[in-house]
Design a binder for this molecule. Structure first.
Ligand SMILES: Nc1ncnc2c1ncn2[C@@H]1O[C@H](COP(=O)(O)OP(=O)(O)OP(=O)(O)O)[C@@H](O)[C@H]1O
Ligand SMILES: [Mg+2]
Length: 270
């Protein structure tokens, strides 16, 4: 029996039986923890009112299966499956073999609290910005957050900014997807993790990159959909690449977390 997303994906290919087993494990976790609100009867029906009147509907197993698959596929396209070993907190079944908890400097409490509030429709800071130097653990934290969000019933996808804009070019979409699907996947998913924002752009972006990124972020802001952004750059540096307006609109409703640890990869220098 597979106990968690991380255990499921450590070095193995995903099968239909894996997905079904994971979904079962996630549903158990969810009923126990993240969203345990409302009366017993409401929880049994899967419709739980939260304080501000938003009704959160617990996804059924079919929908959870779709969310898990979408999350894993987005990580596979980025070749980041190995990051699934990172966890915000210990899963109910215990930390799977090879699993790693985030360190305190990766802000696990703040991340868990933000996910809970987003799941409940209560968060006022719509976006979360993880910024810090190279190798400080931003991607690990963002992916651990994403796995927690999926378990809380939030449809989540991961994409690197550079990949996203490349995929929108003619014939640039990954196998099996059209450019329109690439846009819709990332415009509309409940939570988007946009990694390495302006990472490979050397302080400049073409008009097409500016446009594509502006459209994506504007669509998400307009629909009230949360975005997690990881970047090595300060807001002023991003404004130089993408323009002041989009940085201002993002920052209007964002929480910024700084990652201070020196490069965890401890690279040799020569
Ligand atoms: N809490 C942790 N415990 C152990 N290893 C970790 C932890 N957090 C991250 N790592 C590992 O440290 C390395 C660097 O982390 P990560 O890729 O998340 O950094 P980053 O800030 O995203 O880097 P970059 O700026 O290059 O994108 C990775 O190999 C990652 O798996
Ligand atoms: Mg990274």
């Amino acid at each position: 029996m597979v106990a968690s997303i991380a255990e499921l994906t450590l070095g193995r290919e995903l099968t239909a039986a894996d997905t079904a087993a994971t979904v079962k494990a996630l549903a158990i976790r969810q009923a126990r923890g993240v969203m345990a609100r409302g009366t017993m009867e409401q929880r049994a029906r899967g419709t739980v009112p939260v304080q501000d009147g938003v009704v959160w509907e617990r996804p059924d197993e079919y929908r959870l299966g779709i969310y898990v698959t979408a999350w894993l596929k987005s990580l596979e396209r980025a070749r980041h499956r190995a990051y699934l070993r990172h966890h915000v907190c210990v899963p109910p079944g215990g930390l799977p073999e090879g699993g790693v908890l985030l360190d305190d400097d990766q802000h696990p409490q703040a991340l868990a609290y933000w996910v809970k509030r987003i799941a409940a429709g209560q968060e006022t800071k719509q976006h979360l910005i993880a910024f810090g130097n190279v190798g400080s653990g931003k991607t690990a934290a963002a992916i651990a957050l994403g796995s927690l969000a999926v378990q809380a019933g939030i449809m989540t996808r991961y994409v690197r900014h550079g990949d996203y804009v490349r995929w929108l070019r003619p014939d640039g979409a990954p196998a099996g997807l059209t450019a329109l699907q690439v846009r819709e996947f990332h415009d509309r998913c409940k939570l988007l993790i946009l990694d390495e924002l302006c990472g490979e752009m050397d302080g400049q972006a073409t008009e097409a990159v500016r446009q594509a990124t502006g459209d994506l972020l504007s669509a998400r802001i307009a629909s009230g959909l949360p975005t997690v952004i990881a970047t090595n750059l300060h807001s002023a540096q991003i404004a130089k690449v993408l323009g002041d307006r989009i940085v201002s609109r993002l920052g209007e409703s964002a929480m910024a977390l700084e990652f201070l640890r020196p490069d965890r990869r401890e690279p040799v220098r020569w």
